[in-house]
Write a protein that binds this ligand. Structure first.
Ligand code: WTA
Length: 647
């Protein structure tokens, strides 16, 4: 950890909030003070800004590790994101400004979005989908993705969005784990000028998903997609949704009813279904959107995350829409047709608040400032980052070339499990330091602990959360034991995030990254075990060990050490084949950057693979202690192979 700390930290640079920004910010010092005085009262005051069908009687019931927030309260998330704005004077205001990769655009006002959501809700009800049923959503970044999520919320169905970059097999596993009754997909999506044939992938997944009764298909591509529809099971969106009524009664949901399941990688080969409920989740994403992104009525907010990740759930859909903001959605890639596409979008749609991942910022930095410089970005007033630690160099570049020194940057730490932002500056209030996520959001209690779980005031350690928070995951879907084990057993009584961190002398948090067997590749979580399982699934592979190696754009890249069966030789062709195999099993995000064949893996005498050593080899570093190795020769051979592979 030490070398990482040294390169990440420069505690001397400080950026106090610009005065003009501070004068008008939603957050003030009083926001911190209110929460510090009484956490539960703070969250209750925020929750009370939402529309409740029935009020709650108890703010928090905490039976470690199970929390219930706003107990007894009833509400509907879609009513809060839509109806309340339609009747409250925002009917004609743009809710979603969408742009497709080919350049087609669509703007939906709050009234129009509300009608579309109701139509979709009625279509789903017409297919027999109701409260508590699980619906898998496998869509590109098109307005229908948000519409489908909100329609599920309207009828009380639990959505499980599966990122469109995941393979058929990943989709199938997620459908089956949740026993989804319906799947919403599209004939395809556009990515770098190519069509991603989602329906074809979905069909492959659907060969073995006994719970699915209906598939709703959006026609994004049209005839060119050559879509095969299975009679009785598959329905075109434009046929049944467009024909449905624009009025749909919202299902009154208990504050603790499920809103969604979202699968994320853990330390085993099987992804975890993270369970989020209704009242607390909506409270946290609404509150953080208001204070962290400072959303005002005339803001145009673009969070560039895909709807398939939690960031898309919380800060493309639920948080900003609950605040009545205008959000931007974009279907394609930042380098299509040219490397200035993001900035062209910002200028064209008047984006005021922009939220993206460090990996994207490092890519922009590599491409050079001439691309943003082609466009008028003067409307931008606030920038955000999420997903991985941001190196101070990338922070400074973002600050200078995108924010032109004028925009505060919010570096927001949180996770799929936390539902909403947890550690972040409040723009207008908190002084920032490049590379630090700064301090916990009001009403969030984070503590750094050492290996024994003893709290430490400064230095390096493990990030834990000591008190329940409204947006926290409630459990892992149908696996409460894994929930207890993963998050609450390492440090009894505390939520363990899986991240290492450092606290500086000002009490500022510097997140160092995962300390478990989870990789963070371009801000996407990938379990080493998942990739290993995919590799050993290939007939030629006997054993595989996967580690993350530092990568200057992606943050981390996947490096795989593979031993082959029998006397098979590792060839260039086999490398390609294995990479392709992983892509097919999981998705392109898990594709190994390096595959190194080895006759043996370095193991301790008790048979444990020495991952730290493999990381050192993958990164070409001097090796640490190898005295516990069963066979020291293995390592020398590996180093030679790696050096040869690197050329
Ligand atoms: C990492 C994404 C440093 C962290 C919202 C966490 C970060 C994992 C930051 C969660 C940040 C997220 N600084 N690291 N600002 N934000 N992370 O579940 O390792 O996809 O545990 O949620 O991303 O990833 P997830």
């Amino acid at each position: 950890m030490t070398s990482q700390i040294d390169t990440l930290l420069d505690e001397t640079r400080r950026f106090p909030p610009p005065e003009q920004f501070a004068a008008q910010a939603n957050a003030t010092e009083a926001t911190y003070q209110a929460a510090a005085k009484d956490r539960e009262a703070f969250w209750a005051t925020e929750a009370a800004q939402l529309d409740w069908i029935e009020p709650w009687h108890t703010v928090l019931e905490w039976n470690l590790p199970h929390a219930k927030w706003f107990v007894g309260g009833k509400l509907n998330v879609s009513s809060n994101c839509l109806d309340r704005h339609v009747s409250g004077g925002r009917a004609d205001k743009a809710a979603i400004i969408w742009e497709g990769e080919p350049g087609d655009t669509r703007t939906l006002s709050y009234a129009e979005l509300s009608q579309e959501v109701n139509r979709c809700a009625n279509a789903l009800r017409g297919l027999g989908v109701g409260k508590g049923d699980r619906v898998a959503i496998y869509l590109p970044m098109i307005p229908e993705a948000a519409i489908a999520m909100l329609a599920c919320a309207r009828i009380g169905a639990v959505h499980s969005v599966v990122f469109g970059g995941f393979s058929a097999e990943s989709l199938r596993d997620r459908i089956n784990d949740a026993e989804a009754v319906a799947v919403i997909t599209a004939d395809g999506g556009n990515r770098r000028g190519q069509v991603v044939p989602l329906k074809k992938f979905a069909d492959k997944a659907l060969e073995d998903t006994p719970s699915v009764r209906h598939v709703l298909v959006v026609s994004r591509i049209g005839e060119a997609a050559d879509t095969v529809m299975q009679p009785g099971r598959d329905h075109w969106w434009h046929e049944i949704v467009d024909a449905a009524s624009t009025e749909a009664t919202p299902e009154p949901m208990d504050a603790e009813d499920l809103l969604f399941i979202l699968y994320t990688s853990g330390t085993t080969g099987k992804p975890k279904g993270i369970v989020h409920t209704t009242g607390g989740y909506l409270t946290q994403v609404t509150t953080t959107s208001k204070y962290v992104f400072d959303l005002k009525d005339d803001d145009v907010f673009w969070c560039s995350a895909d709807i398939g990740w939690v960031t898309g759930h919380s800060y493309v859909v639920y948080g900003p829409l609950a605040n009545g903001a205008t959000v931007v959605m974009y279907e394609g890639s930042p380098d299509w047709p040219d490397r200035d596409r993001f900035w062209a979008l910002c200028a064209k749609h008047g984006v005021t608040v922009f939220y993206t991942a460090p990996t994207a910022i490092r890519t922009f930095m590599k491409w050079g400032p001439e691309f943003p410089d082609r466009h008028d970005l003067s409307q931008l007033r606030l920038l955000g980052t999420v997903g991985e630690p941001i190196n101070p160099e990338a922070w400074m570049w973002y600050h200078q070339h995108i924010g032109h020194g004028r925009c505060p940057i919010v570096d927001t730490w949180w996770q799929t499990e936390t539902g909403g932002i947890m550690i972040t500056p409040l723009p207008g209030v908190t002084t920032t330091k490049p590379g630090s996520a700064t301090v916990p959001f009001p009403g969030i209690s984070a503590e750094l602990v050492d290996t024994d779980g003893t709290p430490i005031e400064s230095g390096g350690g493990y990030l834990t959360i000591t008190d329940p928070w409204p947006g926290m995951l409630r459990t892992i879907y149908r696996d409460d034991d894994r929930y207890r084990e993963t998050y609450w057993s390492r440090f009894p009584g505390r939520y363990f995030a899986g991240d290492g961190a450092k606290l500086d002398d000002d009490g500022y948090w510097w997140i160092l990254g995962r300390v478990d067997d989870v990789l963070n590749v371009s801000g996407h979580r990938i379990g080493t075990m998942e990739v290993e399982s995919a590799l050993v699934d290939h007939p030629a592979v006997a054993e595989a060990a996967v580690v993350g190696k530092t990568h200057d754009i992606k943050g981390q890249a996947v490096a795989a050490f593979v031993t082959l069966k029998g006397d098979r030789d590792g060839s260039e062709d086999l490398v390609k084949e294995l990479k392709q195999h992983v892509t097919e099993k999981i998705g392109a995000i898990a594709r190994p950057e390096d595959i190194i064949f080895t006759a043996d893996l370095p193991k301790t005498r008790s048979g444990k693979i020495m991952r730290r050593l493999l990381r050192d080899i993958a990164e070409g570093r001097a090796l640490g202690d190898t005295t516990t190795l069963a066979d020291p020769n293995v390592v020398n051979m590996l180093i030679e192979k790696h050096e040869a592979a690197e050329g």
